[in-house]
Design a protein around this ligand. Structure first.
Ligand code: C2E
Ligand code: CA
Ligand code: CA
Length: 730
């Protein structure tokens, strides 16, 4: 920027008074002494000349000296008139510099400046402002700041000189002011809570708005308080460490802070030594990490726990197993890995809803943990499967005892949402290190043992055996083959006749699925039905059997019914009602000739879906039979929950009945019940004529068994019926 021209320096100080004095002196000497005086005069004159010269030099030096000062400097006489000022002073007030002249009163230049609008603070109160300004000048003590219209800020310091004049300093502090303002902004408006603490005394000197908000203080409440008030009691002893950092060092730590209301928070503190109002202080920024910490803890917790039950999860379970194995390799005792599967959980979940299912899992978790001794660790492995690590097993029996106890406590009825629910438990056990010297293997083997339990007789426990591996592989192969057999429709349906015991007439035949396996011959349905159920093949299998049976039965004499077995799982897969209706329609078999056999396990669901489906099936016109009666849970209860058309007494009550009065009593009771309730009673598995004779004596209506016939192919059945029809049973 081009500076305005202004008058260069005023005339040197004191030059004119000196000359005048010289003149007077020389004149006086001349009148008094003549020629002699002339010599004297020259002497005096030269002395004076020298003095003048010296004064001139001094003046020049002074001028040079003040000109190199970085501050503006001005000398006023006792009347407030300009005497001397330096280049910097003229620069500071360059808008008024044209007015500066020796002998001009500063008050006048000030007034002109005010009129020109050089002093924004004077606007609207010009006279008052000038008066105040002059007042400050005549009683100078404090420094003060003066803002100029071009945005500069001038620091003014004035002092009286010995002769009653004034010496004034001017420093352009605009940059400093700007820096200070931006620092203030950075501090005050910073979203991060910040405060300044005096190193000596540890009081809070300043706190920004974010800090006040954060800690719950208003206005200046924090100022002057000991910084202890922000810290948890436990940390009071080590505050020195935080608030006396080496200068310039930025330190960061995690601290426990307190809000005004006593809430504890965790903060990451960044502190730096600074100088605040000329005293050592610490600038502190506190970032609240309470939430972050909580989230981190939550993440860590979730990584190791099952959120529903609060038990360890699968990952943590494997860690528990690793820990047990590690302890063993250091010479500790052996241990066990238990895999607990809930029996019938899925149906409870479906019947009562997922919320009840969740509540049930939580209740199971509580019972499991309540059963375990110290040192055992329970986990939820997923779904309805739990895992237990039992380290330090002293007695081998100990594991069996725990398994037995677990089954017992889990099998006791639960009350969920005011309703009773009963489930069971199956347990597979692997012993370390024999059954696995690595956590994953141990769990896998316990799991294998569990699947064996589930396959044959739920509600019990089994230890892993090396053959289980082979068996598991075998099972996978079987499953694959069964899938192929269903897809290629190579399953067969055979029919076992049901005979009216009084006449010996064949009144019906039960469809029994047969699987001719290329390598194994006929595989028993008791072996592959559970596989079909577990592999999700039961729907396709059941549909195949039903359709084949209806079609085949349509070719039988019109009085003969066909009985088809339904797995409880079919009721969960889809609409049994639709499947049956479709099969009847496709085969044109009258519905009353179809009898559907279900077992009591279907009623473990206690669900309306089952009862509704059964009612629908009956409305279709089909008959419903209860199969394997007597083997289940509380058979009589189920008899009341649905109006069955037929009850099939399980073979276990028939075998050797002629020599067992208890069996006879049971069968007699069931037959009586059938008569009263109008239900057909069928005895299953009649193998001997003695059994038949006994059943006839009791008055049992129908029978089925090897004595009459094994299951036959359709081609075999038709001539058998024809041959048998006119004859009476033996
Ligand atoms: P179940 O429904 O109780 O069928 C009767 C079983 O007893 C048949 O065995 C039959 O061959 C057998 N049996 C009949 N009379 C005698 C006898 O006098 N003595 C002896 N010891 N056994 C006799 P199978 O065919 O092996 O079927 C076994 C089970 O497999 C059936 O028991 C049934 O629960 C199931 N099953 C068979 N076919 C099907 C099917 O198509 N669907 C479904 N869901 N299950 C089926
Ligand atoms: Ca049956
Ligand atoms: Ca049966």
């Amino acid at each position: 920027m081009k500076r305005r021209k202004f008058e260069k320096h005023p005339k040197p100080l004191g030059r004119r008074p000196l000359r005048a004095a010289l003149k007077v002196l020389s004149g006086a000497a001349a009148t008094r002494h003549g020629a002699d005086a002339t010599a004297q005069k020259t002497e005096l004159e030269s002395a004076l000349e020298m003095a003048v010269e010296e004064a001139r030099t001094a003046d020049k030096r002074l001028r040079e000296a003040i000109d190199i000062l970085p501050q503006g400097i001005v000398f006023l006489d006792s009347e407030g008139r300009y005497v001397l000022w330096n280049e910097e002073y003229a620069k500071v007030y360059h808008r008024s510099a044209d007015l500066f002249k020796v002998g001009v009163r500063l008050a006048d230049t000030l007034r002109v400046g005010v009129m020109r609008g050089d002093y924004p603070a004077a606007k609207g109160r010009e006279e008052e402002w000038i008066a105040e300004r002059l007042e400050k000048m005549t009683s100078p003590s404090e420094r003060h700041e003066q803002w100029l219209s071009d945005g500069r800020c001038i620091l003014i310091q004035e002092r009286r000189t010995g002769d009653g004049g004034i010496i004034g300093l001017r420093v352009d502090i605009t940059e400093l002011k700007e820096r200070e303002a931006s620092f203030r902004l950075l501090f005050e408006a910073n979203p991060v809570p910040m405060y300044v603490v005096a190193q000596n005394g540890k009081t809070i000197l300043s706190a920004n708005a974010a800090a006040r908000d954060h800690y719950g203080y208003r206005g200046a409440e924090l100022i002057g308080r000991p910084v202890h008030c922000l810290h948890h009691q436990d940390d009071h002893g080590r505050l020195e460490e935080l608030y006396s950092p080496a200068p310039g060092i930025l330190a960061d730590h995690i601290w426990n802070h307190l809000k005004r209301d006593g809430t504890a928070i965790e903060v990451a503190i960044f502190s730096q030594a600074i100088v605040h109002e000329r005293a050592p202080a610490v600038l502190v920024a506190a970032v609240d990490i309470t939430e972050r910490r909580r989230a981190e803890a939550q993440v860590a917790y979730l990584a190791h726990h099952d959120p529903l039950t609060g038990l360890a999860n699968r990952a943590r379970h494997l860690e528990h197993a690793e820990e047990m194995l590690a302890a063993m390799s250091r010479g500790g005792r052996g241990g066990a890995s238990l895999c607990v599967g809930l029996d019938n959980f899925k149906s409870v979940n479906e019947t009562m809803g997922p919320a009840a299912g969740d509540a049930l899992l939580q209740a199971v978790a509580r019972r499991i943990t309540g059963t375990l001794r110290d040192g055992c660790m329970a986990a939820r492995l997923g779904g309805d499967e739990f895992g237990i690590i039992m380290p330090d097993v002293v007695e081998p029996d100990e594991v069996s005892t725990v398994a037995r106890r677990l089954i017992e406590v889990i099998s006791a009825p639960f009350t969920i949402q005011g309703q009773q629910a009963t489930i069971g438990a199956s347990i597979g056990i692997a012993i370390a290190p024999g059954d696995g010297d690595e956590a994953g293997k141990l769990l896998k083997n316990a799991n294998l043992a569990l699947s064996q339990v589930k396959l044959r007789g739920k509600g019990s426990f089994r230890y892993f055996e090396a053959e289980m591996n082979a068996r598991a592989q075998e099972r996978r192969r079987l499953e694959r083959d069964l899938r192929n057999a269903i897809e290629s429709q190579s399953l067969e349906v055979h029919y076992q006749p049901l005979v009216a015991l009084d006449s010996g007439h064949i009144v019906a035949a039960e469809a029994l699925v047969r699987w001719p396996h290329a390598e194994r011959g006929y595989v028993s349905p008791t072996e592959f039905i559970p596989i079909a159920e577990e592999a999700g093949l039961i729907w396709a299998l059941g549909n195949l059997v039903l359709n084949r049976a209806c079609r085949d039965a349509a070719a039988w004499p019109a009085h003969m019914r066909v009985a088809v077995n339904l797995s409880p799982l079919q009721f969960r897969c889809g609409s049994v009602h639709e499947m049956v209706a479709d099969a009847l329609e496709a085969s044109a078999l009258p519905p009353e000739r179809l009898e559907l056999e279900i077992t009591e396990s279907l009623f473990l669901d206690r669900s309306n879906i089952v009862l509704d489906t059964l009612a629908e099936l009956r409305r279709l016109g089909t008959r419903i039979a209860m199969d394997d009666f007597g083997t289940g849970y509380s058979s009589l209860g189920y008899l009341c929950s649905f109006p069955f058309d037929k009850i099939k007494i399980d073979r276990s009550f028939i075998r050797g009945i002629e020599g067992n009065v208890e069996q006879q009593a049971v069968v007699r009771a069931i037959v009586g019940l059938g008569e009263t309730l109008g239900k057909t009673i069928t005895a299953e598995g009649i193998e001997t004529s003695e059994e038949l004779a006994c059943l006839r004596a009791i008055g049992c209506e129908q029978g089925q068994g090897f004595l009459f016939s094994k299951a036959r192919t359709q081609a075999d059945l038709l001539p058998f019926i024809a041959k048998r029809k006119p004859k009476r049973a033996a």
